[in-house]
Write a new protein. Structure first.
Length: 125
């Protein structure tokens, strides 16, 4: 099965997901999402965050445990329906109407700054 997040629709779904998480403005995940939306981080960087790895692993292990406790017939149905569910999930995320996050504001240079002498960082940019 092809990773649905590597398609154009999947990439749009990821952008929308991180925009929605960034708009939540609540906690470490929202802070991380803001970094992704701003282009300073990639979604893969989440795997390097200890708090995220621990949280994701705990949830994943619990879901795997729950899956294995299901009767075999139910597991087979879930496995069979999995790809269609994932495609529907990605399409739903890609179609979400999420306001794009505005770029961070840059400080405006004031012409009155010249009387304070040369800026030490002016040549760095």
């Amino acid at each position: 099965m092809t990773n649905p997040f590597t398609t154009a629709e999947g990439e749009q779904a990821q952008r929308n997901l991180f925009r929605a998480l960034a708009a939540a403005d609540d906690g470490a995940m929202a802070d991380f999402a803001k970094e992704v939306v701003a282009g300073r981080r990639s979604p893969r960087d989440l795997l390097t965050q200890g708090w995220a790895v621990e949280s994701v692993m705990d949830e994943t292990l619990a879901a795997v445990d729950k899956f294995h406790r299901l009767p075999e017939a139910e597991r087979e149905v879930l496995v069979e329906e999995g790809p269609a569910f994932l495609e529907e999930y990605v399409a739903g995320l890609a179609g979400m109407d999420v306001e794009p996050t505005p770029p961070p504001a840059r400080p405006v240079r004031d012409d009155d700054d010249d009387d304070q002498g040369p800026s030490l960082l002016r040549d760095a940019w």
